[in-house]
Design a protein around this ligand. Structure first.
Ligand code: DGT
Ligand code: CA
Ligand code: CA
Ligand code: ZN
Length: 587
């Protein structure tokens, strides 16, 4: 079996984990991790790049790593890895994936208790053999058992932030073909799910004679690692990053029917079919067909083909329903009673209220972020670097924070009204629940984001209390990434969300939908609950570099899945109304 880019990226990640367990210098650990990440983003087969001699052009790949990649491509093996795993069991990296177990603990469990994999870890934890080790106890033992259970619930789904750009690039290439009349991404990406099982692409042609040309071009794309199936109407491929992509080609006349069907969700489709049956029609991916009293399709009766989705919904007596709502979660009742939400759009967003600069852990200056946000169409931004407690993120002391204000004001003046630049902070909510800056400092800022970054595994009551403390402070305007999850690997904090929503509604504090595709936090179902309670939502990028300012579209998808309308969104306000909102909050 030939190795794909994903196989090699996975191996490098494994090596970096093993080196960390072994206690290697951090520089070496990180060089493998960086290489792994950068290989995952390479859109072409490494084999081809190697042949061209271009491996060292990949960011993070030097001469040594390039040689290792070549060895893997040629032999399917890596001597360095074989030696390493003779020293340390390879399955220890699974132990390290359990929440609360880092490389140091994994090494300790192995050396002190002979634990080599998840099964032996679970056995030891359940039989109470870990509690007597240094820095362990009954509680951490119970946490390990819970962590193992969580791990087994995780699936092989791909984060939206990886699947979406790949799907879009594939589609763009197909749409350039003269035979392609229509093209779309369907399935869970179109519905904006945070993780994706596989990619579903649709292309319409004027005549099915044109279908083979589309299929040929599809399977010949550079990022395709293997062809799983190729037929006249459907083909499936696996990409170099491991993602599966299905393409269906169909006649233009039934574009609407097919697009609605393959957008799903499956539950939504089932309800659509039920509604069709009530109207004497059978619905499948091709067409509506008239049925008789025994629900048999009437031979020879004309079928209804729909060119647009609007026609499909009209055939079952409904207005068009936005894809993000198609989860059978109340959208049929809302459509029936004409109370579908006026969903927020990317164009409606005027501001971005959360971003970082070189003052803390960002990679661009205030001026560079302002210019890039202007180019992206924003009318105002808030600079929110980390606070002093966030030491690893180079958080700002009070002195540096106040010094930063002068630079923000200067950049704001330089931008000359083309975009407004405001001064804020992303302040840590400390482990004991107190806030990282005193009120007399917060008072001097235009906008305050407060976030949980540390001690995210505290018990429910304790961590909820921390968030409530922040919500009760009149200077805190927004809670950043409220639940603290990371996709796909970190579970959210164990928060009492009812208490959080009640407090936010009472204090008028806004809650964030963080658009970084690794976060998408609040998730849709919580955002929906928040707006039902009248809480304002801010859709922010949390950008740490200029190229992350485009993340906003992922946040918008998530908001729309959460039934968030434009009037619910704080940063959809024009700048003067935004300032008035902030001024009305005790400042
Ligand atoms: P995924 O890929 O797991 O992230 O989720 P989807 O929703 O993209 O699911 P997928 O790729 O299996 O199918 C795409 C759409 O096609 C799905 O949302 C609804 C439709 N579909 C597929 N199979 C069935 C089926 O057996 N029954 C119905 N009603 N619809 C189906
Ligand atoms: Ca899919
Ligand atoms: Ca599929
Ligand atoms: Zn943060």
């Amino acid at each position: 079996m030939t190795l794909t880019n994903r196989d090699i990226a996975d191996l490098f990640e494994r090596i970096s984990d093993l080196l960390e367990i072994k206690g290697e210098i951090i520089h070496r650990v990180l060089s493998y991790r960086r290489a792994s990440e950068s290989i995952r983003d390479v859109p072409r087969d490494l084999r081809v790049i190697a042949r061209e001699g271009g491996l060292t052009d990949i960011p993070g790949i030097g001469k040594t790593l390039a040689e290792k990649i070549e060895e893997l491509l040629e032999t399917g093996k890596l001597e360095f890895y074989e030696k390493l795993t003779a020293e340390i069991p390879a399955t220890l990296v699974d132990v390290m994936r359990v929440t609360g177990v880092g490389p140091k603990k994994a090494a300790m469990f192995w050396k002190e208790r002979g634990i080599t994999d998840l099964a032996s870890l679970e056995k030891s934890a359940r039989s109470g053999r870990l509690r007597d080790l240094p820095k362990m106890g009954e509680k951490s033992e119970a946490n390990i058992i819970a962590g193992i259970e969580m791990l087994s619930r995780r699936t092989g789904r791909t984060p939206l932030g990886q699947a979406y750009p790949a799907a879009q690039a594939m589609l763009d290439a197909l749409r350039e073909l003269p035979q392609a009349a229509e093209g779309a991404i369907a399935g869970s990406i179109r519905r904006g799910r945070p993780t994706i099982g596989d990619v579903d692409l649709l292309v319409a042609v004027s005549s099915m004679d044109d279908a083979p040309a589309i299929m040929e071009a599809f399977v010949a794309q550079e990022r395709v690692a293997r062809i799983l199936g190729q037929g006249p109407t459907k083909s499936s491929v696996e990409l170099v990053n491991g993602l599966q992509v299905d393409l269906r080609v169909l006649e233009r006349e039934r574009w609407g029917t097919a697009l609605a069907y393959f957008t799903g969700s499956q539950q939504h489709n089932i309800r659509m079919r039920e509604r069709a049956l009530e109207r004497g029609l059978s619905l499948n991916e091709h067409a509506f067909s008239p049925i008789d009293d025994n629900r048999q399709i009437i031979e020879g009766a004309p079928k209804i083909l729909c060119r647009t989705e609007e026609e499909v919904y009209a055939a079952v007596g409904l207005p068009w329903i936005a894809p993000e709502l198609r989860e059978d979660a109340g959208e049929f009742d809302a459509a029936e009673s004409n109370t579908l939400p006026d969903l927020v759009t990317l164009d409606a967003l005027q501001g971005d209220l959360h971003m970082h600069t070189t003052w803390s852990d960002g990679s661009a200056s205030i001026r560079e972020m302002a210019e890039a946000a202007l180019a992206a169409g924003r009318k105002y931004i808030v600079i929110t670097d980390h606070s002093r407690g966030a030491v690893i993120a180079n958080g700002l002391s009070i002195e540096r924070l106040l010094a930063q204000q002068a630079e923000v004001r200067a950049v704001d003046a330089e931008m000359n009204g083309r975009i407004r630049v405001f001064h804020g902070t992303e302040m840590d909510i400390l482990a004991d629940g107190s806030l990282d800056f005193p009120d007399d400092v917060l008072e001097q800022l235009d906008f305050v984001v407060a976030s949980l970054h540390v001690s995210l595994r505290q018990p429910r009551e304790q961590i909820t209390r921390r968030l409530l403390n922040a919500l009760e402070n009149p200077h805190v305007d927004l809670i950043g990434h409220p639940r603290g999850q990371l996709i796909p690997d970190r579970e959210p904090a164990d928060l009492d969300m009812d208490a959080v929503f009640e407090a936010a509604a009472r204090s008028g504090t806004a809650l964030e939908i963080n658009s970084n595709p690794q976060r998408l936090d609040l998730e849709a179902q919580y955002a929906r609950r928040a707006v039902e309670m009248g809480i304002k939502i801010a859709i922010d990028t949390d950008a740490h570099r200029t190229t992350e300012l485009h993340y906003l579209s992922y946040g918008v998808l998530t908001a729309r899945r959460g039934w968030v309308s434009t009037r619910d969104v704080l940063n959809a306000l024009p700048v003067n109304e935004f300032l008035a909102w902030a001024a009305g909050r005790g400042r």
